[in-house]
Design a protein around this ligand. Sequence first.
Ligand SMILES: C[S@@+](CC[C@H](N)C(=O)[O-])C[C@H]1O[C@@H](n2cnc3c(N)ncnc32)[C@H](O)[C@@H]1O
Length: 265
Amino acid sequence: MAEKQHTDMTGQDAFAPIANHYDAIMEHVDYARWLHVAATLGEMLPPGFRHLDAGCGTGVLIKKLALYGWHSVGMDYSHGMLHVARHRYALPRLVRGDFRALPFSNAFLMITCLFDSLNFLLEETHIEQTMRSFHEALQPGGICYFDIVTERMIASHFNNTCWTEDHGRFRSSWTSSYTPQTQTCETRVRINAGDESITYERVYPAAFIEAAACQAGFSILAVRDAATWRAPQKNTTRIEFIAVKGDKNRYRQAFKQVDKIIKRG
Ligand SMILES: C[S@@+](CC[C@H](N)C(=O)[O-])C[C@H]1O[C@@H](n2cnc3c(N)ncnc32)[C@H](O)[C@@H]1O
């Protein structure tokens, strides 16, 4: 793969060609589960806490969390995705930016960064910057709930494959290829005969992500397989992390209960 192709989200709006159709394309995605985990974690925090959804996309999660009375700010790099969040969901607090350098300090008690948004960072240093940036944006005791997809996910579903999906009013055509040497996956998506969205995602070992979070000052409350809410295994396709700014022991007792509730589903 030529170097030019390995571009991260910044410097372009790779999601723009599909932003208007993104929610319909992702209709099958289990947002209800992320909502359940986030809402359950939120019960450990004082009422009225401030939340940032980093890489909020079209704002689907924020819209759902509003039903729980959450005060959320959405931030994303893509103008296209934010446009949908603003106009379709009328979300009032949206910021365009790069989560490697958030314009916030000591501002939130909860950050979510879900649906593999971190995998769009293509350099290890970018993950490290992002962990520092999340840490800075949180208040002491703040919780960061984020996920990554694993090589197993990419190898099983996005390895040199192409397919078309019929969404009723439109069709999406997908081409995907994984380069094991760079651990990077290129995905091309086209709506009908429109422009192509070309994105790159890189997979990282969970141990690297954990180390980057700890170096930034987080302590790790839990690392879980998203499907089973148990410790990740070889066949895990998505890993979720719950990190705390400062000492995780402040949540030790409360998290025992939360852990059970999340596992029950
Ligand atoms: C797969 S989408 C997930 C969106 C949303 N979290 C959801 O659950 O629907 C990944 C999102 O991450 C955003 N993103 C990727 N890299 C980013 C960066 N460095 N800074 C901010 N947003 C970024 C993209 O613009 C995109 O909206």
